[in-house]
Design a binder for this molecule. Sequence first.
Ligand code: SF4
Ligand code: SF4
Length: 278
Amino acid sequence: MLTIENGYRISIMLTEACNLKCSHCYMSANAKGKTLSNEEIDNLIDNLPINCLRISITGGEPYMCRDKLYYILDKIKNKFGKKMPEVRVETNGMFFYYDDATIIKEVQKLIGLGVSTLRLSDDEFHVRGGLNIKKLRNIEKVVQENHLNIIVSTLFQDKAVAFGRAKELNTNKIEKKKCLNRKESLIIPYFYTTIDGDVSTCAWKCAPSLGNCFKDRWDDIVKNLNTPLQSAILNSNIEEVARLVSNGDEDRFNYLKNILETKGQCMACKEMFKGKYE
Ligand code: SF4
Ligand code: SF4
């Protein structure tokens, strides 16, 4: 039986809005997009089980709604107290990277709110979207030089999975992606929320929802992991997922298996489920 007895990790989408328009963006983010309301943030954080190991705040770009970012971080800090999980903020850094003093001030603010990791992206997709790479790299330098107590973790990507805007990329930039769920997901699940509060175990919000974190009890959301379909998704057994959705139709199964083998697991999911951003 799949549970969260050993803890869980969660990635919370704070806003769909972004100041960049990267060509590989799976959610086709742009300046207009929904942001969580304070009430939705309250419902979400108040109801989270306490044995959380990691919370990532993502967008879009969380700094598009700076007040909401501080609000949710404060909520997390007050809720978890001494049981504070690792808290990550995933940002393109552009709202505070323009000079050293601003970087120091902002990073100190985040540390005060309990943030342990700043997750940045250093790649050509973001540069072409408008990111100044020199200024971005300066964030880590300033953090180190000033001994600021935060981890700067940088993600590099030269290919992307064909969701959202990435569908339009040249084929040599398209990645034949394997499921992001790993064996450890069966012991410590990773949940991802959409801007509407739907919870799934798919980073691209493609797999069917387990429930809604604004309305449903977490006990019920976790219980829903134990259907054959959701268990197979968490186990990254996408061939089994294809078998289940084919429901005995061998032609359909062979068609999905062919996509799985030629285009990868994520594209097979895309064919089976209409993802939130597709
Ligand atoms: S910074 Fe991130 S959310 Fe914004 S457009 Fe680029 S990939 Fe999408
Ligand atoms: S789309 Fe499917 S295969 Fe890809 S990460 Fe999501 S659940 Fe895994």
